[in-house]
Structures are given as C-alpha cells and as structure tokens.
Write a protein that binds this ligand. Sequence first.
Ligand code: UD1
Length: 364
Amino acid sequence: MLKILNIVGARPNFMKMAPIIAAIGNAASRGAEISQILVHTGQHYDEAMSASFFRDLQMPPPDINLEIGSGTHAEQTAKVMLAFEPVLIEQKPDWVVVVGDVNSSLACALVAAKLNVKVAHVEAGLRSFDRAMPEEINRILTDQLADLLLTPSADADANLLKEGIAEEKIVRVGNVMIDTLFTQLERAQSSVILEQLSLQPRGFAVLTLHRPSNVDNAATLRQIFSAIERIAVELPVIFPAHPRTQARLKEFGITPPPQVRIIEPLGYRDFLKLWSNSRLALTDSGGLQEETTALGIPCLTLRENTERPITIEQGTNRVVGREPSRIIAAALEVLRAEQNEPRRIPDLWDGHTADRIVEALLKF
Ligand code: UD1
C-alpha cells in the first residue's frame, strides 16, 4: 500500500490539492494500492481564506491541522517544521506531496527530505528569476529537495534541467489548477454574485492584489491605485481584497472612489463566476494568470515579471508592471478592442492533470 501525505497550507493550495485527493480516491476505488492523509498547516485559517474553499471544492476536512497561523517568514516556516516533524514520524508515509510555492510547501518538503521521506512537488520548475519574491526562494528550494518534480509546462522542465535536476525525476503532467477550474465551471453558474453586486457580464473589471512588493509599500500601492482609479472611470472595478491588502489600505489612508468596489475575499465558486464574466482581470496573483489563460479572459499582471511565461506566449496575459501610464494604456487597449485576442490553451491543461500525477506516484 502506497501511503501519501498531502499538504495544504494557504489559499492557492486548495484548488491544486482538491483534484489530487479526488484522483487518489478514484485510483483506490479502482483497486490501486494507495491511501492518503490530508495535513493542513493552518498558514491560512480565516473562513474566507480556508474553510470556504474546502466547502466549494468538496474537499474532505483535513485529517490533521497544525494550526500554525501567521508570522514572519522565519517564524511561519519554523513553526510548520516543528509541528510537522512529529506528524511525519508517526504517519510514516511513502510520499509527501506539496503543491505550489507557499511557506508551508517548503517547510514540509524540508522536514520530509531530512527524514528520508520522498517528496513530490506539484507545479515544479516555475521561475520568475526574481529572488526578492519569497515564493521564488520557496520554489527553488522545494525543487532541490523533491524526488519527483511534476511540472505544468515545458518552460518549467527547462528551468529544472538548467538547475541540474536529473531528467528522470521530472514528469510533465500539466496544470492541476485547471482540473479544478473545469470541474467547477458548471457548478459556479449557480453563484448569484453578479446579481448581488448588480453587475452585467463583461460590464466590469476584477482586481486582486496581495503581493508584499505591491501592497506593503505606501508609494507603490498609491501608484497602483491611481491607475485603477483611471480604469474605474471606464467601468466598475470589483476588488475582493486579501486581508493583508485591506490592512495596508487602512494603514496608508488610501480610500479609492466608489467605482472601485472593495469587497471581502470570495470563495472559489463566487470568484470564478465573477472573473469569468469580467471584461478584464488586473492581478498580481500567479493562479489568476493561468485561469484567465484557460478561459481566454484578458489579464494584466501588475508585476515586473512572471514565473508563468506560457500565459503570455500562449494565453491572454500581459505583464504591465506598476507604472500607472503603462497599466492604463494596456487596460484601455483591452477595453477598446472589438474582440478578445485569440488564445491557445497550453498543452496538458486539459482537466486530467491529477490522474497523471497519481499515475506518476504509482509508477515511480
Ligand atoms: C501567502 C503566500 C503567497 C500566496 C498567498 C495567497 C507565502 C510566502 N506566501 O501569502 O504565495 O499568493 O498566500 O493568499 O507563503 N491573514 C489573515 N487570515 C488568514 C491568513 C492570513 O488575516 O487566514 C493575514 C495575516 O495578517 C497575515 C497576512 O494575511 O499576516 C499574510 O498572510 P501570509 O500567510 O503570511 O501570507 P500571504 O500574503 O497570504
């Protein structure tokens, strides 16, 4: 019996892990010798940042919750390590599966590697080449620790090979978050978020913003909001705001005009219904760059770089930085275009990535 210990910690992990849990369950019910345990580190803990995702994505509740909560990077990473080590010693799994690039993923991968438990990293190989991003450090180190590197796209494979990762450890499986997107698209239709906010399909833009590099500096945040205000003259901008960003807006005394509608963070289905009906997404999220690519919604990334270049080469994403004139020009171009630019869904972003992940685990 192959025993898998799945790790989730923060909001962007849940939509990546849900299809893996389902695929392992399916494999077991077809007679495969595989079992699983779900560990939540508790990095995210609010109803809106965690519990609502378990409901929307029909995930089983975690078997174990480490409840580590917020803290500095060192505190958070160290707390996860301290809490996870005894769990790992007791559970003795064959594999620890981590997804993405949050602090919890690196912390659990490091504990597992030291205890000689095999680590599989889902979404391996993405690189922004910007080490000022905490996630870039997490990505590089998690990939160095992993025994099995499950990648979403060819650029990720190339990055890993350049870093000296052995080719036989790399398996390109596609983008697991898109499995969840396709599964939930139909179900999200029952969301009444557009009615609640009195919005017409294609009559609004969506904004998400939470990167420390964008929101923790008053001048940068003001600069971004000056561009958003100009865009909001054209159409309402709906902004489900991350708790970090809400706190900073208050701290810096930034009060956007009413056309920029700040709302609480949304659950998966409401948010899917919202952005998939928007005219334009403005974001610094990694996930939304990929999701908009899969559905062909124009996306402007408010960062200087992206670890997901395939969303630019094949998808609907453009990296526009934080300079207001550039953001505004790009947004107006999108709004004035008759039609969205043609797009291509990248290879293996087909809704079957989780099955390929389970196959790789069983085969390894
Ligand atoms: C983390 C991830 C980031 C991911 C993001 C999605 C790291 C290094 N960063 O950043 O990659 O894109 O999650 O949200 O792992 N807070 C709450 N309630 C919660 C969780 C957090 O209010 O449930 C507040 C706390 O004030 C906390 C702050 O948000 O200090 C930041 O949370 P944290 O987990 O440190 O990082 P994120 O910015 O969410």
